[in-house]
Design a protein around this ligand. Structure first.
Ligand code: 6R9
Length: 654
């Protein structure tokens, strides 16, 4: 973090506005009065908790007597699987589709709510037979197949706490997570399909559990049929789950019972096991999914393209949509298998109306070209969302035009693994959208932008994004480490949750996210956000993606170094001096001379985490001519070689 007392400079001016379509505004689930209705926050959340079925009502909405350790819906009892599955069957919706599942090779499965009830019950009975009990931890290391949500719900059904580990993580990463949570079993599969090939998972689990004393069994789903090494601790899913009774009475648990642990790597050090509990988490995921996507459960088809291994998948593929009785699409594979129009083909096939994806995917589609989505019928889409990184205004406008037919509102949703659900977002039937802005805290959420001293910045100012009041789906602690929880999130500013992100308020008081504060650059005494410079670069018609870092500079303290991927359609000489000068001038014109990059490197790819976030730390190593640091969390470890090969094309201003 920079040492400057100055807050973030507010450089980007964006004047485009997009009002909600009249029919959507008219019939929206949540209207403008929601903000005023939520002025009494606990009262508001108590009303939202009525969306769920409680087996025992709560006595108190919020206990905040021991901050930052919150208890929501104190004394209440419920079961998450009952709320996500059984109650919809009991209401007569057993025949309704919960998941249209699409495998990468082209196979498909349809699971109704009644199917889900039977499958989850059988899996719950199997877990019990394997000795899993309420309060035990279960590690889940599966590809995007139906057994993944089924396993999560089976855990919730018996009161076990799941820890889903993304299927792309290494044996080492899996082992540390199993050890930290002391998981009793791990659920995996022989393999999964990615980029047209069957890739192994079970062998990674074998390697991980060779040295994890807490693991008693490995439960294995057969997905690809590939060979696996057999061990005594292994149990095939089809052997044990299939012979179970398809009836199981869901076990009510306390509102604060641990639902899951999800590890987030943070920037350095040991991964943090973010703990989410039951009643508050399900209340806020259900409410936000209903409000932000304007879900009409009887007519909408919803698709979130995230992997369930990340929090977005937990909250907006599994828990929020199922609590709301939604019909969802779930897709196993990559967007370009077997061709670059696969996602749009899926949207047309299932007539998806609500779609949720990430800026990294949107920018990739921009790079591949407008003609690809244009070949598919996307007219069913009515709300399209974004999450994971700041969405550059140009990517927002492209998404709106080429995917949303210049009609569907874009909802840019800001939140974190730690917040559990969406915190800042437009409401699609209310908000006049601004490209690049997450806009306002949702009803019931108190977030603000503060300066170094924790004082709210005025409109037009930039600083640190904080949350000022507890919220129902907040993390409760870091698993096994209360002290680290307090230190990491609640000690930078007295009494405030600090999220690690920089943000600004525009002249209307709307919030724009500016990236992680660790990435902020200090140039000639000005704090400049990487996001704004990246957005300026992406606004050039020949640029598809850009990443920006600050590199030590004798003259200015730090200087701006950028890495640019040209659009597929760019044409001409995109490596030559003229083009680089054109880009530098474009940034100077858009943001002012202070933001002009010292150096621009044209690269074929950017280093990203497996959830698609740009890893600026590695680019800083390149920019400062250091040897490149830890690349173990990169999605594709060869990317740094591609970038290093390109280095001779780096041009600097003389
Ligand atoms: C849900 C998720 C959290 C971090 C967060 C921020 C960035 C997420 C964003 C966004 C700008 C948005 N982030 N959504 N930045 N605008 N709409 O991504 O969780 O993986 O824990 O990442 O992602 O930096 O702090 P997680």
């Amino acid at each position: 973090m920079s040492q400057s007392q100055e807050t973030l400079s507010n450089l980007l001016q964006e004047t485009r506005r997009f009002a909600p379509p009249a029919d959507l505004a008219e019939s929206a689930n949540v209207k403008a009065d929601a903000y005023a209705e939520a002025a009494d926050r606990p009262g508001f959340w108590a009303r939202q908790a009525e969306r769920l079925s409680w087996s025992k009502p709560w006595d108190e909405v919020l206990d905040w007597s021991n901050p930052p350790f919150a208890k929501w819906f104190v004394g209440g009892e419920l079961n998450v699987a009952y709320n996500c599955v059984d109650r919809h069957v009991e209401a007569g919706n057993g025949g309704k589709v919960a998941f249209h599942w699409e495998g990468e090779p082209g196979d498909a499965r349809t699971l109704t709510y009644a199917d889900l009830q039977r499958e989850v019950s059988k899996a719950a009975n199997a877990l019990l037979e394997l000795g899993v009990r309420k309060g035990d931890r279960v590690a889940i290391y599966l590809p995007m197949i139906p057994e993944l949500p089924i396993s999560m719900l089976a855990c919730a059904r018996i009161g076990a706490t799941h820890s889903v580990v993304f299927g792309g993580f290494s044996a080492d990463a899996l082992r540390t997570r199993i050890d930290d949570a002391q998981a009793k079993i791990v659920i995996t599969s022989d393999g999964g399909y990615r980029r047209g090939k069957a890739s192994a998972l079970k062998s990674t689990v074998d390697e991980a559990v060779a040295d994890t004393p807490s693991i008693e069994h490995v439960l294995v789903v057969r997905r690809t049929g590939q060979e696996i090494a057999a061990h005594e601790r292994d149990v095939w899913w089809h052997d044990i789950v299939e012979r179970q009774s398809d009836e199981h009475a869901p076990e009510p648990v306390d509102a604060e019972h641990p639902l899951y642990i999800l590890y987030t790597s943070g920037t350095t050090g040991k991964p943090k096991g973010i703990l989410h509990t039951t009643g508050g988490y399900l209340t806020q995921t259900a409410y936000t999914h209903y409000a932000v996507f304007d879900l009409k459960p009887d007519t909408d088809v919803y698709w979130c393209s995230a992997d369930i291994g990340w929090v977005t998948g937990h909250s907006y593929i599994v828990y929020g949509p199922l609590a709301n009785g939604a019909t969802s699409v779930m897709y196993e594979g990559t967007p370009d298998t077997p061709h670059q129009g696969r996602w749009w083909e899926i949207i047309a096939k299932y007539k998806v109306s609500l779609f949720y994806t990430a800026p990294t995917a949107i920018r990739t589609f921009m790079k591949w070209g407008d003609d690809i989505p244009a070949e598919h019928d996307l007219s069913s889409l009515r709300v399209i969302g974004s999450v994971g990184e700041p969405i550059n205004p140009e990517a927002y406008v492209w998404y709106r035009e080429h995917i949303g037919a210049s009609r569907a509102p874009v909802v840019d949703t800001w939140w974190q693994t730690e917040t559990g659900s969406i915190m800042i977002s437009p409401l699609p039937g209310v908000t006049e959208g601004k490209p690049g802005a997450a806009m306002r805290p949702l009803p019931g959420i108190a977030a603000d932008v503060v300066d170094d001293q924790g004082t709210p910045v005025p409109n037009g100012g930039g600083g640190f994004l904080v949350v000022k009041e507890p919220w129902p789906s907040m993390l409760r602690t870091i698993w096994g480490d209360d002290e680290r929880y307090v230190k990491t999130y609640w000690s930078r500013f007295e009494g405030l949750y600090f999220a690690g992100d920089g943000a600004k308020k525009d002249d209307d008081g709307d919030i724009w996210l500016l990236g992680r504060v660790d990435d902020v650059m200090l140039v000639s005494g000005h704090n400049i956000s990487t996001t704004e410079v990246e957005s300026a670069l992406v606004s050039h018609p020949k640029v598809a993606e850009a990443a920006v870092v600050g590199a030590t500079d004798p003259l200015t303290g730090q200087a701006i170094v950028s890495f640019v991927i040209p659009r597929g359609s760019a044409g001409g000489d995109v490596e030559g001096d003229d083009f680089l000068k054109e880009l530098r001038d474009h940034v100077a014109k858009t943001l002012g001379p202070i933001a002009k990059p010292r150096q621009i490197m044209i690269v074929p790819e950017l280093p990203k985490t497996r959830s698609g976030k740009i890893m600026r730390r590695l680019l800083r190593d390149v920019a400062e001519n250091r040897s490149i640091g830890d690349v173990s969390t990169l999605a594709d470890s060869t990317v740094m070689d591609l970038i290093s090969e390109k280095l001779p094309s780096a041009k600097s201003e003389d």
